[in-house]
Design a protein around this ligand. Structure first.
Ligand SMILES: [Mg+2]
Length: 235
């Protein structure tokens, strides 16, 4: 029995990772003025991971990590004007249009009414609230939860607060560690819908062996999967 469907937002309902990857390329161009040919990926990722516990997920933390990485890679030679350029890159990310993925509106329309539909997204509360508003999708969700990270404890707290049974819940998202694995741990269903780009932090090694783990090529396949689960199939 399934009565609740929870969705991730970034790279599940709308495009997000390309903004980070494009901005990283722009940062690389700034840094290459000092270090021609430098690939900044590893250095920036290391700074981001070091800062994650302090800054959390989101664009503001990414901006600060970009500044820190630029100072580090250029050995302090990056100018105040260039730091201003980096901050402008971050601000542009915050104002970028919310570009929905294919099938999103049809899929949300198909599950609404049949299931309790909620949104669970991690990140900065200002960024995420603004994207949800600008997406035009807010009306599809009974609850919207913006959390600092996604692990089994955080999901459990959300479900308890709303009287949701994890074993009757399907969580749909593009990240195995954030969206799928914690749900399986709680006895629920995890549906992985991979996005074309993947942040290294969200990578995973091996697929779980669980009949509650499902993978779809696209979000539009979700209503049929839910039908199969409701009719007692393994999906
Ligand atoms: Mg996501």
């Amino acid at each position: 029995m399934i009565d609740t469907v929870a969705f991730d937002a970034d790279d599940t309902l709308w495009h997000n990772e390309h903004l980070f990857q494009d901005t990283q390329k722009a940062l690389e161009a700034i840094v290459q003025r000092y270090r021609p040919g430098e690939d900044i990926h590893g250095a920036l990722f290391a700074v981001e991971m070091k800062n994650l516990a302090l800054f959390g997920y989101g664009i503001k933390g990414f901006m600060l990590s970009m500044v820190e990485a630029a100072i580090q890679i250029t050995e302090g030679r990056v100018t105040a004007e260039e730091i201003h350029e980096i901050i402008a890159l971050g601000k542009a990310m915050m104002e970028a249009p919310v570009d929905l993925l294919d099938d999103v509106e049809q899929t949300l329309g198909a599950v609404k009414g049949r299931f309790r539909v909620i949104l669970i997204t991690k990140g900065d509360i200002v960024d995420q609230t603004s994207k949800i508003e600008r997406s035009g999708l807010a009306g599809h969700f009974e609850q919207v939860e913006i959390v600092p990270r996604k692990d089994a404890g955080i999901y459990r707290a959300i479900f308890e607060r709303h009287g949701i049974a994890p074993e009757r819940t399907v969580m749909v998202g593009n990240s195995m560690p954030s969206d799928v694995l914690p749900m399986l741990e709680l006895g629920g269903h995890g549906v992985h819908v991979p996005y074309t780009l993947l942040w290294a932090h969200e990578a995973h090694d091996e697929d779980p062996e669980s009949e509650r783990f499902h993978r779809l090529e696209r979000l539009g396949e979700l209503p049929a999967l839910l039908d199969r689960l409701l009719s007692g199939g393994q999906g």
